[in-house]
Design a protein around this ligand. Structure first.
Ligand code: A3P
Length: 345
């Protein structure tokens, strides 16, 4: 009898304990998400009268919820219609530069409640076959969002593809364009590393970076090598400037996004006329990865895939010096045009 009572008592204590722990976890999670939502009112005032471009802050809170459920395939078409979810053309595009940190930038901006990212690279403007499918095809590739949110896509090939500026201009001449750059030689080596890894995966051999980057006949920098050409940022930007004024571009420092992402993201928020909502809470340094990772709330966080942040092969220092010298005048021009100076050698 006494034993039975003890068992019952233990069961009751277990249930009560579970309830208490559950409530505690719920509260902690709530506080975590409230932490992100808290600065609603002060920001509202700071932004002054609302312009067409601004986002009503009420709408920001709904980002996760139905939208998230829909992405997981749990929301019905009727719910989408009722909640006024739409597939919108992007208001901003990360046009490049390949290996500059385009994925990190997109994922980090997606922390903002008013931003909805297109997860895949769409390659609409740089791929003739896709472009021929028309703008509706492009729109249908966009994620569902609330009308007051903005969609952002990234396809780094846009930056270097001849036809793209005119095509984007035809879609939206006032679109905002984001370019993330890294020190050009490092970017070129990163570019090479990605190709090298692809070759290795297919059990193929590949040239050394030095062999590709330096012309063996002239011993000069090989400007025919794509990884070198892509890093001549000013040449590509000049083509874009035939269609868009410089004010429509924002340059992100990809090297700083690695070491100190928040200030870079805050500048982008400003450029996009978004209220500042990404905070240090959303970014934490993961020592194992050696990079900042993303924290959406107390339960959900993620790091970028392992393909981001590869170890670069060692490159002959004389080749690095040669490349840096080669890029130097182009970099100066790039600083001049963009009004943003970097400490590149
Ligand atoms: P490396 O692999 O050379 O280190 P992209 O997304 O345009 O391909 O750029 C990839 C680069 O993003 C990586 O280049 C990496 O250095 C950089 N990066 C910036 N922030 C990162 C982050 N938080 N996690 C992983 N990689 C990041």
């Amino acid at each position: 009898m006494l034993f039975k009572q003890q068992v019952l008592l233990r069961q009751k204590l277990f249930v009560l304990g579970s309830l208490a722990i559950g409530s505690l976890l719920y509260l902690v999670a709530r506080v975590g998400s409230l932490d992100r939502l808290q600065p609603l009112c002060p920001i509202d005032g700071r932004f002054g009268p609302r312009s067409q471009d601004e986002i009503p802050l009420r709408a920001l809170q709904f980002k996760r919820g139905l939208l998230h459920e829909f992405r997981k395939g749990n929301a019905t078409k009727e719910q989408i219609r009722l909640h006024n979810l739409v597939q919108q053309l992007p208001k901003a595009i990360i046009i490049g530069v390949r290996k500059g940190g385009t994925r990190a930038l997109l994922e980090m901006l997606n922390l903002h409640p008013a931003v909805v990212k297109a997860s895949q690279e769409i390659h609409f403007f740089d791929n003739d076959e896709n472009y021929a499918k028309g703008i509706e095809w492009y729109r249908k590739k966009m994620p569902f969002s609330y009308p007051h949110q903005i969609t952002i896509e990234k396809s780094p090939a846009y930056f270097i593809t001849e036809e793209v500026p005119e095509r984007i201009y035809k879609m939206n001449s006032s679109i905002k364009l984001l370019i993330i750059v890294r020190e050009p030689t490092t970017r070129a080596i990163s570019d090479y590393t990605q190709v090298l890894e692809g070759k290795e995966r297919k059990n193929k051999t590949y040239y050394k970076f030095e062999k590709l980057a330096i012309d063996p006949n002239t011993c000069e920098v090989n400007t025919k090598y794509k990884a070198v050409r892509t890093s001549i940022y000013t040449k590509h930007l000049e083509r874009w400037l035939k269609y868009f004024p410089i004010e429509q571009f924002h340059i992100v420092d990809g090297d700083r996004l690695i070491t100190e992402p928040l200030p870079e993201l805050q500048m982008v928020e400003k450029f996009l006329n978004l209220p500042p909502r990404i905070s240090q809470y959303n970014l934490y340094f993961n020592a194992t990865r050696g990079f900042y990772c993303l924290r959406f709330n107390i339960v959900f966080n993620k790091c970028l895939a392992g393909s981001k942040g590869r170890i670069h092969p060692e490159v002959d220092t004389s080749v690095i010096t040669k490349l840096r010298k080669f890029f130097h005048p182009f970099n100066q021009k790039f600083y001049q045009i963009t009004g943003r100076t970097f400490n590149w050698p």
